[in-house]
Ligand binder design. Sequence first.
Ligand code: ADP
Length: 266
Amino acid sequence: MHDLSPAAWQPLLTTRTLGRGAVICEHTLASTNTVLKDFARKGTFREAICLCEQQTTGRGRLDRSWSSPEGQGVWMSVLLQPGLPPERLPLLTLCAAVAMTQALRALPGCGARIKWPNDVILCGRKVCGVLLEAGFAPDGRQFVVIGTGLNVRREAYPPELADRAIALEEVCPPPERSALIAAYLNHLEEAIRACESGYIPGFLKTYRNFSCTLGSAVQVIAPAETYAGTALDVDDSGALLVRAEDGSVRRVLAGDVSVRGMMGYV
Ligand code: ADP
């Protein structure tokens, strides 16, 4: 557990505030996102980090489950008060994906990419998922919780997901989790500050460079319909612009859709 403890990763931080306040670090939790949402709703913390060795009910988007067994990954959430208008909050999901991608790309041979909106991909398979949840604190201020599940060891995901999941150690010798946590938080603060202070075009340029979705043929699976098209761009709220086969350009929001490549998951 020592490499998850704040004593191991706080000295590696270069952030101004992120990661320097409250930290909840436990062996077993139901879900790190749920823990931070509960604290935020009660007004206990405005900013906090939550980490654990294993989650018993880790969650992905759309209530899908996220496999997070003991000691196999970095199961972590960040609580913060966003300085962005509500319609721009989805950008924070992209910030988390960019920050994790930058943390991984610093490792030898680790060419991480992003599948819109927020899956970090290695060798065509998902190494990290992001779950953004928002709510209101008792004082009426909005909060967000950004959860990330990073597969470090091979047993992070069950064998039945082997065609779409991967762990860091399958690509390179993984560093201590403390180094990954600090690198992620350092990049995350930088990305969020860029977006909050009006540098969204610059941030989106970085996102586009890492994207493996843009320019590709995709299938958009929405509650009411499934359609095929070409992923053209992301806009300054983080929505995906897709040219459908009838020529119309549709704006796809991350909340309730899945996007798949035409040849498989990516
Ligand atoms: P999607 O990638 O299908 O849009 P989510 O972002 O909601 O979905 O992530 C949940 C999905 O990720 C699950 O349905 C499962 O297929 C997959 N999954 C669950 N645990 C892991 C894991 N540890 N690593 C990679 N993929 C996982």
